[in-house]
Design a protein around this ligand. Structure first.
Ligand code: ADE
Length: 223
């Protein structure tokens, strides 16, 4: 998969060069390019924002630099995502759908938003990562990229993916060595060697956790 991130803050993305995403990039499974929108500005001072028509607080990102930045990377089958608090709420299903795309372009907004004509010109999908307002789309893009990358074949093991939260409710608690830390012990069943009992315990624990913290997930599954 190819991912192009259009941003006014190209230094914000070091997380994409760590851990699982780093490996996926090194293995050629994902190609990520960070593109500085400012370099496309035709303004002599490379300005990329302006006051909103009709008045209002703050500045808006101008259409021209974004238009030219998108045009520079756009392909026939690309999907254009604009992280935005007014978008569709992101979840695991959307991540799975996006993981099947060939090419995704992220347009990161900043300031008070983006000139609406970007949405009128391009077929843009707005996605929100939660009901709160961030200062820009950079963090949200990274959240979406991390979540979708995990669903691409070869990025993490199939087994890990199947065990992850939201596939079957939330995840059960896990423990690693030492078996006793300051008197806090690993539950006996996990060291019993009885795989059937381990599976049963995990299912129960996952059920309890889901019921306690996200009962809405159970209702969704039963519907
Ligand atoms: N940009 C600002 N806030 C956001 C949010 N909640 N989700 C996605 N993009 C955003």
């Amino acid at each position: 998969m190819k991912i192009d991130i259009l941003t006014l803050f190209p230094n914000s993305f070091s997380y994409l060069d760590e851990s699982i995403l780093k490996r996926a990039r090194q293995n050629g499974i994902i190609e990520i390019n960070i593109i500085d929108i400012r370099s496309f500005s035709k303004d002599k001072h490379k300005k990329c924002d302006d006051y909103p028509f009709g008045g209002g607080a703050g500045m808006l990102m101008s259409v021209q630099p974004i238009y030219d930045a998108v045009k520079s990377v756009q392909t026939k089958n690309c999907k254009i995502i604009m992280p935005s608090p007014s978008g569709q709420l992101f979840n695991s299903e959307i991540a799975t759908k996006l993981s099947k795309e060939e090419h995704i372009i992220f347009i990161c907004g900043h300031y008070e938003g983006i000139d609406q004509r970007v949405n009128e010109i391009f077929d843009v999908q707005e996605i929100s990562i939660g009901d709160y307002v961030l200062s820009g789309g950079e963090l949200a893009s990274m959240v979406i990229i991390d979540a979708l990358a995990r669903q691409i074949e070869g990025v993490i093991s199939r087994e890990s993916l199947e065990e992850e939260s939201f596939v079957d409710g939330l995840e059960y608690p896990q423990y690693t060595r030492p078996q006793d830390f300051l008197g806090y012990k690993v539950p006996d069943v996990l060291v019993s060697g009885n795989h059937k009992e381990v599976a049963k315990w995990r299912k129960e624990q996952a059920g309890k956790k889901t019921k306690a913290t996200r009962p809405d997930l159970i209702k969704t599954k039963e519907r």
